[in-house]
Write a protein that binds this ligand. Structure first.
Ligand SMILES: CC(C)(COP(=O)(O)OP(=O)(O)OC[C@H]1O[C@@H](n2cnc3c(N)ncnc32)[C@H](O)[C@@H]1OP(=O)(O)O)[C@@H](O)C(=O)NCCC(=O)NCCS
Length: 204
């Protein structure tokens, strides 16, 4: 397990700038976010939820919600993209990723609120995830999506991912990309987090 100090989590936030000129904050999900995260998933369209979870669910089952709100548990992390709208912090997207240190593989899934799709949030989230992957030392970034999910497939193609069959499930397609960028090229919170850890290890 990667130990993350909960009181430090807010420090590891990124500001994502969108092509529309708007910006949003990407931060780790915390235990106090259970309600807003669940409300976000409930408010997604049936189709978006189906595409995100590769099956029909109305909300996150309690056990899964428990995993989502504990950053770093089993080396898996959930992040939410938030904007302040009329003074209220509003979740407009989320992503969950896991890093397997042995194989240096970084797996992720993401979603954007239906009302905010098509404005570049998915692309910005994906770029940030690639940076986090590089920061963790990943060699391969990948995800699986339904073969019918044209938008995710279009986003992955545009972002330079290659495609392969998902082992064991013909309904899915795997998009994957080898990481060759140095994380410094695309600054992100996880890069800073990793750099701090390296500096800390060097000092002890
Ligand atoms: C997939 C998803 C995250 C994309 O987010 P988004 O914010 O709408 O993405 P963007 O606005 O950055 O668009 C990214 C690219 O997707 C592609 N795209 C968008 N709409 C498309 C469509 N109708 N058909 C094909 N490609 C499309 C385009 O390449 C677009 O790039 P462009 O705007 O430069 O042309 C979002 O649609 C979503 O949440 N879907 C439901 C959940 C899901 O499918 N998750 C993926 C499972 S891993």
């Amino acid at each position: 397990m990667t130990a993350l100090r909960l009181d430090d989590l807010r420090q590891h936030s990124d500001i994502l700038r969108l092509r529309t000129g708007k910006s949003l904050t990407l931060r780790f999900v915390e235990p106090g976010d259970a309600e807003i995260l669940q409300a976000y998933f409930r408010a997604l369209s049936t189709r978006s939820r189906y595409n995100r979870f590769l099956g029909a669910i109305r909300e996150l089952p309690q056990t899964l919600l428990g995993h989502f709100i504990h950053a770093g548990e089993d080396d898996r992390f959930s992040v939410i993209a938030v904007m302040t709208i009329d003074g209220i912090e509003t979740v407009v997207g989320e992503a969950r990723y896991g890093f397997e240190a042995d194989t240096r593989r970084f797996e992720f899934g993401l979603s954007v609120d239906d009302r905010w799709q098509g404005q570049g949030i998915g692309s910005a989230l994906l770029r940030n995830l690639e940076c986090r992957a590089a920061a963790l030392g990943a060699e391969l970034v990948f995800g699986d999506t339904l073969r019918s999910n044209d938008v995710m497939i279009g986003l992955a193609r545009k972002s330079g991912f290659a495609f392969a069959p998902t082992p064991g499930d013909w309904k899915l397609v795997r998009f994957e990309k080898h990481i060759d960028a140095a994380p410094q090229d695309i600054p992100c919170a996880s890069w800073r987090l990793a750099a701090e850890r390296i500096a800390h290890q060097a000092a002890i």
